[in-house]
Design a protein around this ligand. Structure first.
Ligand code: NAP
Length: 281
């Protein structure tokens, strides 16, 4: 007898911007899996009820995005190590009949760099702009890869200090104007702020003193080449855009729900890029 169709979701509020349905439906088609993946707008006051009713609604799991990642972390009693470290959940699935929450953003961040800038983790020193939710995933990924000197620069330096307290001695906190000096001897430079995104301001960092072998990466993928990445490329540095992080973070959830470990292919990347171009020209 054929297995029943499986159903998964992404929840957020609003949710119209999410490209997760495009990614998962691409894989469902590619692997000819009988399943669905839908975007569901869940208002904050409906979140607890939605999570409690997931199973009854017929879902095998789903993704969680802004603004629910921290709230879902508190709602799920069983979490993987990454979710515990980062303090946020972006993937839900059932295991032994119990709901489990994980965080795949750190894995996505590292897998994207593995793909597009092999050897990126050799220097073990990084300068990271930003101290928001995404930055916590970046720091977790860097710590797992053995980085022992992670310099966090943020407009609100108190938030960078909170991260240094949370993640321990490998992480230090710095004011924005220290970035130029801090960039001269690191192997990796990361933008985890929203600066550089279409409609936001530019991340105006001085990279003129950066090492010639430094890798520069941005979590933003609209535009694909942010002003920071452009400046770094023109200086001859290796650059990695943020789209691959989005694609790679999706893979573990798909494997949990649908039983196939999907490949992040150039065809998938082109599929999502075409949508970004349709939306932003
Ligand atoms: P968040 O929690 O809201 O944090 C935003 C960060 O940007 C904070 O550090 C904030 O500094 C900084 N910032 C905002 N406006 C600024 C300005 N005008 N000048 C200087 N700093 C400014 O957001 P998040 O969840 O960490 O996400 C950050 C970015 O990563 C977003 O663009 C998001 O789309 C992207 N992202 C991409 C992926 C991916 O898969 N590629 C995954 C997650 C996130 P303050 O602390 O001083 O406010």
């Amino acid at each position: 007898m054929a297995e029943p169709a499986r159903h998964a979701f992404v929840i957020g509020f609003p949710i119209t911007h999410s490209r997760s349905p495009l990614i998962h439906r691409f894989w469902l088609d590619q692997y000819r899996i009988d399943g669905t993946y839908e975007a569901v707008a869940v208002a904050p006051d409906r979140l607890t009820a939605f999570i409690a009713s997931m199973h009854d609604r017929g879902y095998v799991g789903g993704n969680v995005t802004i603004p629910h990642k921290e709230a879902v972390h508190a709602l799920v009693s069983r979490r993987d190590e990454a979710a515990e470290e980062i303090g946020a959940v972006n993937t839900l699935w059932f295991e032994d009949c119990a709901l489990r929450g994980g965080n795949t953003d750190a894995l996505g961040f590292a897998a994207n760099l593995d793909d597009r800038a092999p050897g990126w983790d050799e220097a073990r020193t990084a300068l990271v702009f930003g101290a928001g939710g995404a930055c916590r995933a970046v720091i977790h990924a860097l710590k797992i890869r053995g980085f022992n000197d992670i310099r966090v620069v943020n407009r609100t330096v108190a938030r960078a200090r909170e991260l240094a307290d949370r993640f321990g001695a490998a992480v230090s906190a710095h004011p924005w104007d220290a970035a130029g000096e801090l960039s001269t001897d690191v192997g990796l430079i990361v933008n985890s702020t929203s600066l550089g995104m279409v409609g936001h301001g530019d991340l105006d960092a001085d990279l003129s003193g950066a090492r010639a072998d430094a890798v520069v990466t941005d979590l933003i993928y609209v535009p694909l080449e942010t002003p920071l990445l452009r400046r770094a490329r023109l200086r001859g540095l290796r650059t990695v855009d943020g789209l691959g992080m989005l694609l790679h973070q999706a893979a573990p959830g798909f494997a949990q729900w649908f039983g196939v470990r999907p490949v992040v292919s150039e065809a998938l990347r082109r599929h999502i890029l075409a949508d970004i171009e349709r939306a932003h020209g």
